[in-house]
Write a protein that binds this ligand. Structure first.
Ligand code: NAD
Length: 327
């Protein structure tokens, strides 16, 4: 892990010394929680999002909002006008299946859009970039569980390739242009505001089905595992990455705990008070068998630890969806 010059603690701690932060994807599931955390900490936040999957309703009223595509030439004008000191980059084409169906589109958003953003950062002298990367998609299928940051990056999808590519660009921008960049490699993030129509948000999908009288479907034997991390803990990791601007490179943001889909369903059904067993569907071809991240470096370098237990996070997520979809 390389070290780069950072923001002074006084500037990095917010309050009356709040920073000017631009958040891409700040209308999305994770991005909107990151914006909430930054606003709460006293920073001045500008959101850039084209609302492809995000919602204006989730954007914190304390933040400025600009509906703009990451790839737009107008992004430079916005940077000139706002002159952010820090950028948190969460905007993405975030569906693995879409990246497989249309890798060029995926690369246009996740690589070319990212490069447009990095160029803007360079021109206005952004000092810190916090990038939302992916542990599971980056490391690929592995038996090294929990997976540490030193594990080879072996992405198995165009989405994963783009995520890894951006990590490399970020590192290069650090050495060429002196921008301090950290890549937060998330595990499976879940929580309020996740889109139940998405492909990967199994907690959102199961909650939606349980609340609308449909039976959740478990694909394959259900013993495939993931590392589920609550979205507010992920927002806190972004805040800590802002405050510890000397930390650069890849840092896992996960719990280190493997949970099978069978177990996840049982816990969520319990929270929902449902006793009907899940339905069974065919295994998804190419689906990763195990994924779980070693969070040791995040604890050491960022002082970050997950604080919300799976049962508490599931209960809070279910309550959120009950208000959205419940009777
Ligand atoms: P999301 O789809 O809810 O958020 C993405 C946001 O980016 C949306 O608000 C969308 O409207 C916006 N966006 C998409 N294309 C854009 C474009 N061309 N220009 C401007 N805005 C655009 O997804 P999310 O789950 O909140 O993911 C946020 C970030 O975290 C992504 O970078 C994703 O790759 C990463 N990530 C998510 C997970 C997870 O478990 N959800 C895991 C690892 C990494």
């Amino acid at each position: 892990m390389a070290r780069a010059p950072g923001l002074s603690p006084a500037r990095a701690c917010g309050g009356s010394n709040g920073l000017k932060i631009l958040v891409t994807g700040g209308a999305g599931f994770i991005g909107s929680h990151v914006v909430d955390a930054f606003v709460r900490a006293g920073h001045t936040v500008t959101v850039v999002d084209n609302l492809a999957t995000g919602s204006l309703a989730w954007v914190n009223p304390g933040a400025a909002f600009h509906r703009l595509d990451l790839r737009s030439a107008r992004l430079g004008d916005l940077f000139e006008a706002e002159r952010p000191e820090v950028v948190a980059h969460l905007a993405a084409q975030a569906a693995v299946s879409r990246s497989v169906a249309d890798p060029a589109f995926d690369a246009s958003v996740n690589i070319l859009g990212g490069l447009n953003l990095l160029d803007c950062c360079r021109w206005v002298g952004v000092r810190r970039l916090i990038y939302s990367s992916s542990g599971g998609a980056g490391y690929g299928d592995t038996d090294a569980i929990p997976t540490p940051e030193g594990h080879p990056l072996l992405p198995a999808s165009p989405y994963g390739i783009a995520k890894v590519a951006m990590e490399h660009y970020l590192a290069a921008w650090g050495s060429i242009h002196g921008i301090s960049g950290v890549s937060l490699r998330y595990a499976n993030v879940y929580g309020p505001r996740q889109n139940p129509a998405g492909e990967a948000g199994v907690v959102a999908i199961f909650s939606h089905r349980l609340l609308t009288g449909q039976t959740p479907v478990i694909n394959g034997d259900g013993e495939q595992t993931r590392d589920y991390v609550f979205v507010e803990d992920v927002a806190d990791a972004n805040l800590r990455a802002l405050e510890r601007a000397t930390v650069t490179g890849g840092v896992n943001i996960g719990t280190g705990v493997e949970t099978s889909v069978n177990d996840l369903h049982a816990r969520l059904a319990r929270a929902a008070g449902v006793t009907t067993p899940a339905a069974r569907g065919p295994a998804r071809p190419g689906e990763q068998r195990r994924s779980c991240l070693d969070p040791g470096l995040a604890a050491q370098a960022l002082g970050w630890r997950p604080t919300v237990s799976l049962d508490e996070g599931l209960a809070r997520t279910y309550e959120f969806f009950k208000k959205e979809f419940g009777p």
